[in-house]
Design a protein around this ligand. Structure first.
Ligand code: ADP
Ligand code: MG
Length: 241
């Protein structure tokens, strides 16, 4: 434990909340399937980055999460790996019991279409070898009916909300959450309103939410503490803003 605390400190990982899970030092400590571990090796991803060390165990324990870490520090895999692992497990179970699992299992929100496209291709890369289907809802023409994971900007989701079944949703990820929390004066369709609409629609008991951003915001922290149960918080680097 002391060793892990020292490693947390050395990597400037600040964690708070109730019942904090230990950090992982290797991907193989995270209970990831061999398919996913091999995929990481093939992509030359060898060791978890600080944000991944803490957020992967949070998400594996199905905790709601508020996470911040600098740009380029590996936030995408920090949420993608536990989601891919969980969903491929669920799909395998469903195949064994020969029931089909055809409901949407994760939504990943991105503030721009460019970021949605990037995150989508990252998911594709690490889902290869699994039966998971990923859709980029912000791209052209997507078959969202058969998607397990939907990557999108908020506006598309809000617009098509009546067609999206969130009853089995396991994860709502809000990436670049500081930007999605912005309020734009006099603008009805600002991200914050869209986010509120989506958040309200994702109200299944099995749904967990995770916020990721580059900067730590006390405002977002306050909102999370007031509105979300059992949230784990992690901040890598400076706790500024
Ligand atoms: P962020 O969202 O925090 O800005 P990204 O998730 O886009 O950062 O990651 C930036 C780059 O780092 C990507 O090219 C990604 O493949 C790479 N990367 C992520 N995790 C690791 C890791 N554990 N080891 C090496 N490279 C990594
Ligand atoms: Mg990112």
């Amino acid at each position: 434990q002391k060793l892990l605390d020292d490693i947390r400190r050395a990597n400037r990982i600040f964690t708070w909340g109730d019942h904090l899970p230990n950090i992982i030092l290797r991907f193989s400590d995270a209970n990831l399937s061999s398919v996913l571990l091999n995929r990481l090796t093939e992509c030359s991803i060898r060791q978890p980055s600080p944000i991944q060390m803490q957020s992967i165990p949070f998400m594996t324990e199905r905790r709601n999460v508020l996470a911040s870490a600098p740009t380029g520090s590996g936030k995408t895999l920090a949420f993608a790996l536990p989601i891919i692992e969980e969903i491929s497990g669920l799909k395998q179970q469903a195949e064994y019991s020969s029931s089909s699992f055809s409901k949407l299992l994760a939504i990943v929100l991105e503030p721009t279409r460019e970021l949605a496209a990037q995150t989508y291709s990252e998911f594709l890369k690490y889902c290869s070898g699994t039966s998971i289907t990923v859709a980029n809802f912000s791209g052209e023409e997507t078959d969202i009916e058969h998607a397990d994971i939907l990557v999108s900007t908020p506006n598309r989701i809000v617009f098509h909300l009546d067609k999206i079944d969130t009853s089995a949703l396991r994860w709502l990820i809000v990436d670049e959450s500081d930007r999605l929390f912005e309020v734009i004066e006099g603008q009805e369709k600002c991200f914050r309103n869209q986010l509120a609409t989506i958040y309200k629609a994702c109200d299944a008991k099995c749904t967990r939410v995770a916020f990721f951003s580059a900067t730590f915001s006390h405002e977002v922290e306050k909102w999370c503490k007031e509105n979300i149960d059992n949230i784990g918080m992690v901040c890598v680097g400076e706790r500024n803003s």
